[in-house]
Design a binder for this molecule. Structure first.
Ligand SMILES: [Zn+2]
Ligand SMILES: [Zn+2]
Length: 124
């Protein structure tokens, strides 16, 4: 899989609204919390499985798994990696163990809470 097509897919996803646009200050680097400016591919086989990072961290991370095939080539997906936004029904996977703060599509921070019963769920 070529990295070029993976990047093209990301650009298309941003245009379509599947991925939030970066560089506007509201998406933060998953590594250091600075303003994210790029999407980092961890695996070019999964062109839309990306993490927002700042330029510095992206450089630090280096190439995606496509170039270093010995690194967790076959990640086991668990229920914990699978998320559904209760607001827009967007479904997505994440390879980080930490919980996402926002839904990547509608950017709601309350994506875990059902619309009508926001009280029922306690987010720590
Ligand atoms: Zn960073
Ligand atoms: Zn959503």
């Amino acid at each position: 899989m070529k990295s070029r097509s993976a990047h093209t897919k990301v650009h298309e996803a941003i245009k379509e609204g599947t991925l939030p646009r970066l560089g506007q200050g509201d998406i933060l680097c998953v590594d250091c919390g600075a303003i994210a400016v790029e999407y980092d591919h961890r695996d070019y086989q999964k062109p839309l499985e990306v993490e927002p990072v700042c330029r510095k961290c992206n450089a630090k991370r280096g190439h995606a798994n496509g170039f270093t095939s010995h690194l967790d080539e076959m990640p086991v997906r668990t229920a914990a990696d699978y998320y559904v936004c209760s607001r827009c029904r967007h479904e997505w996977y994440r390879r980080k163990s930490s919980e996402p703060k926002r839904c990547p599509r509608c950017r709601s921070e309350k994506w875990q809470q059902p619309e009508q019963q926001a009280v029922a769920v306690s987010v720590k």
